[in-house]
Design a protein around this ligand. Structure first.
Ligand SMILES: Cc1cc2nc3c(=O)[nH]c(=O)nc-3n(C[C@H](O)[C@H](O)[C@H](O)COP(=O)(O)O)c2cc1C
Length: 184
């Protein structure tokens, strides 16, 4: 690679990031879904805290701020058409579960449901909302991790090699790609 550099403003300059489907619910328990390209690990071991960045104009911003709960659902690659549909309409005037054809599963600790089509689901309690810039940072403590048993190996360990996911870089989508090695 050349050691020369040119100035170039990248869209979403830190890459890649997972596409996630985050569920929320209103005071009556009616669920909504938002597609996010900004979902991060903030505290890794104890407690486990994740961050999501949501623009103030989203309906999900209001629901999660008011109700203090959300679920991060990680979609497999074949869900990409629905991931785009979720991100193209607002729960203010759409029932996205019914219209897009996704299946809610009741969560254990929170009102927003898990999405059955997503093999990993993290139930979160909102800890804090921080104004950052054009998006706000929602920090959520993970109260429960759910995974599909299809992703476990014979010893009951999570097998990342079985994982199908959607990775974003700029406006492009990729699958997870080739396994390089474990870190140890
Ligand atoms: C691939 C993709 C990534 C997105 N990432 C974000 C994001 O990180 N933060 C955000 O606020 N909106 C993001 N959006 C936009 C919201 O998903 C979209 O505005 C959605 O309709 C909001 O729904 P709601 O009004 O029901 O909350 C993204 C959309 C797509 C398609």
């Amino acid at each position: 690679m050349s050691h020369e550099r040119v100035s170039y403003r990248l869209f979403r300059p830190v890459y890649p990031s997972p596409a996630s489907l985050v569920t929320s619910a209103d005071a009556d328990g009616k669920p909504n879904i938002i597609t996010l390209g900004e979902t991060f690990n903030l505290s890794v071991h104890e407690p486990v805290i994740v961050g999501i960045a949501i623009a103030p104009q989203r309906y999900s911003h209001k629901l999660i701020s008011e109700q203090g709960e959300f679920v991060v659902n990680l979609p497999p690659a074949d869900l990409l058409p629905k991931v785009l549909q979720v991100g193209a309409m607002s729960g203010r005037d759409h029932d996205k579960f019914a219209e897009i054809g996704l299946t809610p599963i009741p969560a254990t600790h929170v009102k927003p449901p898990l999405i059955a089509e997503c093999p990993v689901n993290l139930e979160c309690r909102l800890l804090n909302v921080q104004t950052i810039g054009d998006h706000d940072l929602f920090q959520g403590e993970v109260l429960e991790h759910h995974v599909s048993p299809d992703l476990l190996n014979e010893e009951g360990k999570f097998d990342h090699a079985k994982l199908s996911t959607i990775v974003m870089a700029g406006g492009h989508f990729f699958d997870l790609g080739e396994h390089l090695r474990h870190w140890k």
